[in-house]
Design a protein around this ligand. Structure first.
Ligand code: GAR
Length: 197
């Protein structure tokens, strides 16, 4: 059974999909803790699903390195097999990536390397592209620059706003995330191998 710590910053709707998938006894992964860098709405899922949560608020630390060290202390308690960034809107400091990598994955609402960063959906709408996408990557030290594990194209409709497009992207992200975690658990995806390529 693959044990996951999931980090969020927002509503955690993709996390909810993963928690629902993990309720199936056949699914080979379980979320053992949920962490956030702020008082994220999605932390409430911990109570709903009976999973411990932790909050390491960025603003409580003098710098990124101190924040990263406190975050790593919390993650380490759970000895996760895999760390999942699911709408976690901060760059992980180098030391955190070095400690938990390559077993750290991130979902991103664009067809990377297109539209990296915190406003991927807004940027795609603003660019007027006919299609964007969703990606799951291995986290490295850069901004959404790690090896791509899986990705899928999603059309941008003429009527789309950032919000309607993001909703459609999240549906795909959820499926890709659940499948990727399954693939890591059953060995179809080897993160060490993927990050060497
Ligand atoms: C997701 O679309 C995720 O890919 C994105 O935040 C959303 C979180 O939604 N992450 C990034 O943009 C990271 N660069 P949720 O909180 O409803 O799951």
């Amino acid at each position: 059974m693959l044990e996951l710590v999931v980090l969020i910053s927002g509503t955690g709707s993709n996390l909810r999909a993963l928690l629902d998938a993990a309720e199936d006894a056949e699914y080979p992964a379980r979320v053992v803790a949920i962490g956030a860098d702020r008082d994220a709405e999605g932390l409430a899922l911990g109570e709903e699903y009976g999973i411990p949560t932790f909050e390491v608020s960025y603003g409580n630390f003098p710098d990124r390195q101190a924040w990263g060290a406190a975050l790593a202390d919390q993650i380490r308690v759970w000895r996760p097999d895999l760390l999942v960034l699911s709408g976690f809107m901060r760059l992980l400091p180098h030391d955190v990536v070095a400690e938990f990598g390559p077993n750290v994955i991130n979902t991103h609402p664009a067809f990377l390397p297109e539209f990296p960063g915190a406003h991927a959906v807004r940027d795609a709408v603003a660019a007027g592209v006919p299609e964007t996408g969703a990606s799951v990557i291995v986290v490295d030290d850069g901004v959404d620059s790690g090896p791509i594990l899986v990705q899928e194209r999603i059309p941008v409709l003429p009527t789309d706003t950032e919000s309607t497009l993001h909703d459609r992207i999240k549906h795909v992200e959820r499926r890709l995330l659940i499948q990727t975690v399954l693939d890591v658990a059953n060995g179809t995806v080897d993160l060490k191998e993927a990050s060497r390529a």
